[in-house]
Design a protein around this ligand. Sequence first.
Ligand code: HEC
Length: 294
Amino acid sequence: MLTRINSRKMKIRRIFIIALLIFGVNSVSFAYTTTELMNGIALGAIIFTLALICLVCLVLLKTFKVMADMLLPKEEKLVIAAPVSELVIEPSEPKLSLWEKLLSLRPLAEEKNLVMDHKYDGIAELDNPTPAWFMWLFYGTIVFAFVYLLNYHVFKLGKLQDEEYAVEMTQAGVDQKAFLAKAANRVDENSVKLTADVGVLKAGKATFIQNCVACHGEHGQGIVGPNLTDEYWIHGGKINNIFKTIKYGIPDKGMISWEKQLSPKQMSEVANYIKSLKDTHPANPKASQGIKES
Ligand code: HEC
């Protein structure tokens, strides 16, 4: 009796562990973010409760079975001593391979012992129940389906394919923008490109008004710094030259380096803005300096 109770205890513990595992796996497997993890845990708690209810049912069933065994009259088990010649010598248990042991399979050699005594159309049945592990797999699929249904269709915690696709596409858009912004910021005097993009020129103008007008004039006509609207350049009039002048400055001549104050993007914008000033003929231009470039 004691061993029976112990084995039952172990069984209950095993079922409890399985229920806990289901709880854990469910909590994590559907979680993509922390909030979803919380939802997953809530869902896991529900599943855990359901598993507990199942466990209680199983224990109750077992109890009923034990009670029924005790109350109902047992079949006569007394074996009247038979003459030795009539004793059926049980064939020794066939040796099970490791594989068969692991999967709790009955070996083929045992087949004749397993045949049940009813036949239908010459077909006999074997008393060879499905191994427990297989049944647990099967129950697992039911639990999974149940969790899946709750997760995706009842509580709608998880995202279905369409939604997942849409979310990923939005995220990809955000990432792409961030990447392009970064790429734009990686520009230097070698890679800077000439552009007439209105947005770029507008941003460049804003930077110019804020930082450069004191020395180059509101319209780039030149004050302390040279006229930026003519064809003459001291340090080169190509977009790369202008970018370089802005970036490193000509400290000896009063043109500071803007590398620290402006981002590469801002420098390329303002360089493009200066390029767009060519031939705008502002009032009171400063006399041209440097070399004429076409
Ligand atoms: C403190 C005055 C001052 C400020 C502010 C200033 N510059 Fe200059 N800049 C100069 C001077 C002076 C020169 C001429 C340097 C030389 O003679 O070599 C110059 C030269 C330049 C040149 C080269 C022109 C050529 O002919 O090669 C560019 C381009 C230029 N500045 C752009 C800018 C931009 C863009 C800003 C604002 C972000 C700016 N500068 C702000 C004083 C200034």
